[in-house]
Design a protein around this ligand. Structure first.
Ligand SMILES: [Zn+2]
Length: 321
């Protein structure tokens, strides 16, 4: 699932690639990918608008559009943005011929000239022309055609992600319920300390609550707790001020490291050009169950906290009991 670093990395790529681009066509292939308004109105409103800016809040990607509109993109499990250069053709024949496959795969993208960076000849895979070594089907749910011939695709294998279009006057509503922004200057030791007071749940669980801190998910919560040497089951309100200060620093450090490495790819996350992030190689505890702690050599353990797999070093992160 994309967390703050993956969304921030995408935001920077989209900003560099698409600010100034004008949307001339919008096609929705999976209606429920559009949270609001209905998909016909969504397409009608968005056509003709220019992408004026790109922002991020928590795990939400925000596109500022001309005429005071805001597009929010919540990628959830497997949502990804992809930019296709000009020259690709959409093939929607499955829509008529095979409804079940159409709903799973979306349209095919065809480009006879296509050559992967590895120079291997492309082949047809599930109706798409792809490189067998490097490409997967797109699972495109929404396609924006830009005035310069490029396309911005919203791809989502599992279809949990949501796009929503808001008049800018409703921005507060669009962002309602999001907690502290961990890379903003107001994410101070004092604010985090105040936030944890009275929270009797395990610290790991509290870190995942988007209404308290926006942007942390399972990977970076585990990594931050390891870096701060805090056991994931510690009751949040038992952390002393010094531990809170170290935890705050650790949260910021793991998020910034994740952004530097282009995000963590271990299943479906991809950058804007379909590339995988490299942060997985830098994980200290996440999905390293049974492997030696890089600090002390103790095997990393996995427990379940708030229904989420949680990884920690039992020596570096002493148990609270
Ligand atoms: Zn250790």
């Amino acid at each position: 699932m994309p967390e703050l670093p993956e969304v921030e990395y995408t935001a920077r790529q989209v900003r560099a690639a698409l600010v100034g681009a004008c949307i001339i066509e919008a096609q929705v292939f999976w209606e429920r990918s559009i949270a609001r308004p209905d998909s016909a109105t969504f397409c009608q409103i968005i056509v003709g608008r220019r992408i004026e800016g790109v922002r991020r809040r928590g795990k939400l990607l925000l596109l500022d559009l001309s005429g005071d509109y805001l597009l929010t993109i919540h990628r959830r499990m497997t949502g990804n943005l992809l930019v296709l250069p000009p020259g690709w053709r959409l093939d929607c024949h499955l829509q008529q011929q095979d409804r079940a496959r159409w709903e799973r795969l979306g349209p095919a993208f065809v480009n006879e000239e296509y050559q992967c960076r590895c120079q291997e000849p492309a082949q047809k895979v599930q109706e798409e022309t792809l490189c067998l070594q490097h490409d997967q089907p797109f699972y495109c749910r929404v396609c924006f055609t830009l005035a310069d011939g490029r396309r911005l695709l919203y791809n989502d294998l599992r279809k949990f992600g949501k796009l929503a279009l808001w008049p800018r006057a409703q921005e507060a509503e669009a962002l309602a319920g999001l907690g502290l922004e961990p890379l903003a200057p107001d994410f101070t030791n004092e604010r985090l300390w105040q936030l944890l007071q009275g929270k009797k749940r395990p610290i790991k669980q509290v870190l995942l609550e988007q209404t308290l801190i926006a942007g942390l998910g399972n990977i970076y919560a585990d990594e931050a707790l390891y870096l701060a040497a805090i056991h994931p089951l510690r009751r949040a309100d038992t952390l002393n001020f010094e531990e809170v200060a170290i935890l705050r620093q650790a949260i910021v450090a793991v998020l910034q490291l994740g952004i530097e490495h282009g995000g963590t790819s271990f299943n479906d996350y991809r950058g804007l050009w379909g590339e995988a992030g490299s942060n997985y190689a830098h994980m200290q505890v996440y999905q390293r169950t049974g492997q030696a702690c890089r600090r002390c050599g103790t095997p990393i353990q996995r427990i379940i906290v708030a229904q989420r797999g949680t990884h920690f070093c039992p020596t570096c992160q002493p148990a609270p009991y």
